[in-house]
Ligand binder design. Sequence first.
Ligand code: IMP
Ligand code: MG
Length: 180
Amino acid sequence: MLNDIKEIMYTEEQIQKRIEELGEELTRDYAGKNPVIIGVLKGVVVFYADMVRQIRVPCEMNFMTISSYSGTRTTGNIQVRQDVTVDLKDRHVLILEDIFDTGNSLSFVYDHLMQHQPASLKICTLLDKPSRRKPGVTLKADYVGFTIPDAFVVGYGLDYNEYYRNLPFVGVLKPEVYQK
Ligand code: IMP
Ligand code: MG
């Protein structure tokens, strides 16, 4: 598995330090708001578990699963596979995501959750790849861990064909792995 990694982009320590900083911000911003924190599965699981433990306010946890991403390419055509199981009306809702790439997924999730008429809806993403944003996507992340260049990354929840999610760091995959 490690042989497939070209370089480590962020170490475990760098990620944890950044999450602590984000946690301070989120703890301040969500004080008294009892937010619902929604994770977009599965890429977010590792970040989610670390992030929520740095948000020191009472909060609810909920998840949704969307299709569709295969290999290194997004396929467009997104659907809800598993919806949230909490009433979001008039709630303060925070979306946690692993990566904001073309923006297709987050735009879909954002619009979907907006239909529930939350009191507020914000986005926190570990990684942001603004250079990959599809023209026309105006959505912005409210909280960003790291802004990264256009490279395909894996680890810390991020996968390539479902593998590498359990690497503790964020690394760049060797191009020959996905060009095979
Ligand atoms: P978007 O819809 O193009 O913004 O893509 C968002 C989703 O694509 C993320 O939730 C990831 O699951 C996946 N994704 C995008 N870029 C990468 C990457 O560099 N590595 C692994 N997964 C990625
Ligand atoms: Mg993925």
